[in-house]
Design a protein around this ligand. Sequence first.
Ligand code: COA
Length: 186
Amino acid sequence: MPVTYFQRYRMRYDLWQGIADAAPANPNYHFRGWNEKLLQHHAEVKFRSFRSELDANVFPCLGDADGCLRLMKEISNRQGFVPQATWLVQYQDPETGKVENCGTVQGIRSQPDVGAIQNIGIVASHRGHGLGTQLMHYCLRGFKEAGVRFVTLEVTSHNTGAMRLYKRLGFQVLKTVYKSAEIKYS
Ligand SMILES: CC(C)(COP(=O)(O)OP(=O)(O)OC[C@H]1O[C@@H](n2cnc3c(N)ncnc32)[C@H](O)[C@@H]1OP(=O)(O)O)[C@@H](O)C(=O)NCCC(=O)NCCS
């Protein structure tokens, strides 16, 4: 299979600069803090958020439901897992009462004063309404509560929506890195 190199940016946010207030979320969206019972929900929404996206080529496990479950288990079992920076978003339909998982983010501590955001995802039908911004705010506040100073993430440079979100929040590009991946063309 041919190997493709994806350009990615390592970005960083200094929590000492503060966290801006986000616009209030639509009351039908509920932000759930980490709880082991939510692990499968995180995995399911991670898969639904990433399966048709660029990053499912860069990290094939994101395009696979079992891969997302394995990844979620691995993240939540890591020694540096930060539960305060790990959130699930659920939407409750005001008419039917039906609840749908629609967003996820997880945090780990990579160094004593550095947190790393893992795979923020919002399901496509819920994007563009500020939910990603809200979820990032919950995550950043969680890292602050956990006592880290810097929050890092990596983003594929062609991921325009995510880049726009991170820059608007105040993340700075620290470094350019390249990730190789084997792409299956059908
Ligand atoms: C990145 C993501 C979490 C953003 O979620 P969201 O709920 O749409 O976030 P927001 O509505 O708060 O902000 C999205 C921003 O992206 C912009 N945007 C969305 N789609 C875009 C596109 N195709 N091209 C350019 N900008 C786009 C929006 O205009 C908005 O920016 P603005 O408010 O400055 O105008 C969501 O797009 C997603 O889950 N993507 C797939 C998974 C992924 O790639 N995650 C990031 C991994 S690093």
